[in-house]
Design a protein around this ligand. Sequence first.
Ligand SMILES: *Cc1c(COP(=O)(O)O)cnc(C)c1O
Ligand code: SF4
Length: 348
Amino acid sequence: MKRRSLTSVDDLQTAGLIEAAEAEGLRDVGSRYAIAITPTLVDLIDQADQHDPIVAQFVPTKDELVQTADENADPIGDHAHSPVEGIVHRYPDRVLLKAVHICPVYCRFCFRREMVGPKGDGTLSADALERALDYIRAHAEIWEVILTGGDPLVLSPRRLAAIMQGLANIPHVRIVRFHTRVPVVDPGHVDQVLVDAIRSSGKTTYVALHANHPREMTPEAKSACARLIDSGIVMVSQTVLLKGINDDAAVLTDLMRTFVEWRIKPYYLHHPDKAPGTGHFRVSIAQGQAIVGALRGTLSGLCQPTYVLDIPGGYGKTPIGMATISAQSAGDYLVEDYRGAKHRYTDG
Ligand SMILES: *Cc1c(COP(=O)(O)O)cnc(C)c1O
Ligand code: SF4
């Protein structure tokens, strides 16, 4: 029988992941933010590790009830850029298509934590999906459609194939991209039927895998990614920089190398967003820059993610790694090598 995910404070207590004494205090967290941990992840937890990275990412804590004044239910301004339900159109050439607001796991630091989950924005109805596709059809500048949410790979292969069929018939859409955690948190779900559904638009298809710690990178997850890649899908990674989990150059080195060894190109390292009750996960930008700076030069260029901040308010993402070039005067620069030595460069 397929084991089910842990989805409540009671489930967590029964599984021995929280103490009875803690459970009471966590009910408020559980009633506010969705909880889910897949059997695959439960099996990865090392109960002897006080800083287990799986526990830290998925088991709720009372810190989530601490909300600071600058935290926001919509930290990256999705709603401000949503012309029709299910679409976020912030950049000219690409849109998010949020068909579902369910995830196989609920990350405690989630930037869309007020929108995802059983009490979140819900799944697009057939009519709403048709209106979203109409919007894409009507905007010839949309070159890429990014399926996110929620996790689009929780949709049934049939539903996914129907969406892909809609996109297949829009000539100006050239790229379909999925953002997902499924290959890592439920690798067995990535079977041939799902892979075929993902590819069924016939468009060039990218899958961005969200993973944050080398402990998530199991042989089963590797096989799931290989099934996607071997079928012609290109994979990239995204990682959220998280205090106490991966704010460490050695951990990120291991993670980025694993991605590359699996044929997944590191894409983004996200500075954590100011979602409500996530302050305990946030590092400072100076810390982030120091960690990313330590990777530069010591780690293959293939392994370098771009460190980005999603500017609060919906202004989009911007690279925030330490600048390695500064202009002294017009056309006259100082550039810094990976050891920190400065060199002069002049134009012309
Ligand atoms: C992150 C994001 C994208 C994708 O940005 P890329 O830099 O292309 O990865 C697109 N639209 C919205 C609204 C986003 O938040
Ligand atoms: S998988 Fe993504 S959308 Fe879902 S809870 Fe985690 S961060 Fe949020």
